[in-house]
Design a binder for this molecule. Structure first.
Ligand code: RUQ
Ligand code: CUA
Length: 678
């Protein structure tokens, strides 16, 4: 006879369900082939619907997260044309981000230089509840960070590390006027409120010592500048996703939780024991009020805030040493818990702000909660106990209704402008359209395969544009030519303007797209910067005319202040460098014209090239290891004489007495002070 130990007994009944899911995944994964292709015949008008004639522009910019590549990819819609890759949390050898001296501080954290992260959720900055096209905020999941991309330049200009967080997944969520960017931790960790940060604790103490945190990052209206105002320390669950209210629920933000069991091992089972986890509702306005009124405590902290300066294009790091926090048990009315089907993933609020949809990936229905019912339950104190002093609602008293049998493995929902929701079904590989009022399923369309997020332009705001839907798939299998074991992930564009959804286009994506955002092109394009004004360049090592270019030695460091213009560098002949010197090339691009970057690369450098925008200065560090004459050249084909845009650095053995000498064309005399080696 088989005797089950207590843990096995607990999980055994769940195994059947888990198995069903796994089988589902395998089936949909393998079976995709021929049969699905038949049902997938794209009508002849589909190609016309996505065709953007050569020379014409797309209607939308879309920003797709790159997941584990740490970048954002920008695509035009409806064409699916790739417009740009924006490195955020990853070094990018293509333009020197994270390799050149100016951008290195962007990737500094309390753990040192962290040149990679897992980027999941792009969110556009908002004014009056609508995307305003100014900034894009994104999360770094692994080493908790929130970054800001400036949409005038499509460059990462600010990165803030999030203290007391581990796995910054439910992040970043801007409130409707960008008052705050909210960022919730995925993992709970043992926080040491005295010394600050994570403390040392036994994993056996998980249930008592571990906590989560939700960070309230205040932003400045003008430049979007971030500042961590305070955190709310929350029970030691896992927190998954967040979304804000709108209209009547404008002051609220909602977070899905899982592992309310506080299991610390084999979470695939341990975190699936409770039939219900929670949807956490936080009144962010009230939280801000409590913090302003002195309810906040303070604890030591240690986190980096990195900002790129407009004028010098140099990033600088500030280290911040304290953080304020609120405890929900001391702040009545600030936080509530709604029981939700086990291990929910996405939480999405409809455009009216009344309905909150919880996408319970293991649930067989899609529960829709009612904000007005929640308000009533608060008024009537209609609670079913509490957790750590946080009131818990009764499921029935806040439930509006359930979408029955929407499909298998619901993950995320967005909305159109006609009162419909669209949900991704990871396991049954489909997008399901349903009516928010009567909760009836209206249509379903197969997607290839296993969709995660989907995105409708404005679909997370009060004014969605119900023309297109982009669904992002985790698995592509046979959709493209095979490329070895690793296949591309993909997005699919679906026309949602009619009653029936219609597949228009597949396009491959870079790495793994999680969420995406899109915005009408005319909200971004007119503000796009064409070049930086040389006169505004405040970089300390900029040279604004060729006659100011210089090579100077200070001890073992050689500073080369260089200019680039079609089609030469000044200087392009340099001597007097010795093996083991630290050579820094500060290259200023003198061009004042659109689309004329110059690149710079030197043989043997251990970093990358760097790409210098017109009017900007960038610096590359190089330590030559062997004597010789080292060529350098422009890496971006900038003119008919691009191939001639090159020069030489002579590197002599260490201790030689070759003086510093530099020139372009005719030789210039060398100031004597610079000629000697210390
Ligand atoms: S997630 S595939 Cu990291 Cu937004 Cu749901
Ligand atoms: Cu400058 Cu090519």
């Amino acid at each position: 006879m088989e005797v089950l130990d207590p843990i096995s007994r607990l999980i055994a009944p769940r195994l059947g369900f888990m198995l069903m899911l796994i089988v589902g995944v395998v089936l949909q994964g393998c079976g995709g082939g021929d049969e699905s292709k038949k049902s997938d015949v794209v009508d002849s008008e589909a190609s016309a619907a996505v065709y953007v004639p050569p020379g014409q522009h797309d209607e939308y910019y879309s920003f797709l997260s790159g997941g584990f590549n740490g970048q954002v990819s920008v695509y035009g819609l409806p064409s699916g044309r790739l417009l740009k890759v924006i490195p955020v949390f990853s070094q990018f050898a293509e333009n020197g981000y994270g390799y050149n001296e100016e951008s290195k501080p962007m990737l500094m954290t309390s753990h040192g230089f962290v040149p990679w992260d897992d980027l999941h959720h792009p969110k556009l900055s908002r004014t009056d509840g609508l995307a305003d096209g100014k900034f894009l905020y994104v999360n770094g999941n692994n080493t908790p960070r929130v970054a800001k991309v400036d949409l005038a330049t499509f460059e990462t200009v600010e990165i803030m590390e999030i203290p007391n967080s581990a796995g910054n997944h439910c992040s970043p969520y801007p409130t409707n006027n960008n008052e705050y960017i909210l960022a919730g931790t995925r993992f709970s960790v043992p926080l040491d409120l005295e010394k600050g940060g994570m403390g040392d604790a036994s994993l056996e103490e998980y249930k008592d010592k571990f906590r989560g945190s939700i960070s309230f990052i205040k932003t400045n209206e003008e430049d979007g500048h971030m500042e961590l105002d305070f955190q709310v320390l929350v029970p030691g669950f896992d927190y998954d996703l967040a979304n804000g209210g709108k209209g009547p629920s404008e002051d609220w933000v909602f977070f899905t939780t899982y592992n309310t069991e506080k299991s610390r091992t084999l979470k695939e089972l341990g975190a699936s024991q409770n039939d219900r986890d929670y949807l956490a509702a936080i009144n962010w306005k009230l939280a801000a009020k409590y913090a302003a009124e002195g309810k906040a405590h303070e604890m030591p902290a240690n986190y980096y805030h990195n900002i790129k300066d407009h004028g010098s294009h140099q990033a600088k790091s500030n280290v911040i040493k304290k953080v304020r926090y609120l405890l929900p048990e001391e702040c009545p009315g600030m936080m509530y818990l709604i029981p939700a089907p086990k291990s929910p993933h996405g939480i999405d609020v409809d455009p009216t702000g009344e309905y909150m949809v919880v996408n319970g990936k293991l649930a067989s229905s899609l529960p829709v909660f009612s904000f007005s019912k929640m308000q009533k339950a608060i008024e009537n104190k209609d609670f079913d106990g509490e957790v750590n002093g946080i009131p818990v609602f009764k499921y029935e008293s806040v439930l509006y209704g359930e979408v029955k049998e929407p499909g298998l493995g619901p993950l995320h929902t967005e909305f159109d402008d006609k009162g419909n929701g669209y949900s991704t079904m990871f396991v049954s590989s489909e997008v399901v359209k349903w009516n928010v009022k009567d909760l009836q399923v209206l249509d379903r369309i197969p997607v290839y395969y296993s969709p995660g997020h989907l995105m409708i332009p404005g679909g997370d705001t009060k004014e969605p544009n119900g023309k297109y839907l982009v669904v992002m798939n985790k698995i592509t299998k046979d959709r493209y030519l095979p490329t070895g074991p690793e296949l591309v992930h993909a997005a699919q564009l679906i026309d949602i303007s009619g009653d029936k959804m219609r597949l228009l286009l597949d396009f491959p994506t870079l790495a793994e797209p999680h969420y995406a955002q899109a915005i009408a092109a005319d909200k971004v394009a007119p503000n796009s910067v064409k070049f930086y004004k040389l006169g505004d360049n405040t970089h300390p090592d900029a040279v604004k005319k060729e006659s100011d270019a210089s090579v100077t030695r200070q001890g073992r460091t050689v500073k080369i202040k260089m200019t680039s213009i079609r089609s030469h560098f000044t200087p392009d002949n340099i001597e007097g460098v010795q093996v083991g010197d630290t050579v820094i090339f500060h290259v200023t691009n003198l061009e004042q014209d659109w689309d004329v970057p110059h690149g710079f690369a030197v043989m043997g450098a251990n970093n990358s090239e760097t790409l210098i925008m017109p009017g900007a200065t960038q610096s590359l560090r190089w330590v030559p290891k062997q004597p010789g004459v080292y060529p350098f050249y422009c890496t971006d084909f900038c003119s008919a004489l691009h191939q001639e845009m090159q020069g030489y650095v002579r590197v002599s053995p260490r201790g030689s007495n070759v003086p510093i000498k530099f020139s372009t064309g005719e030789k210039r005399p060398v100031p004597p002070a610079q000629a000697s080696v210390n």
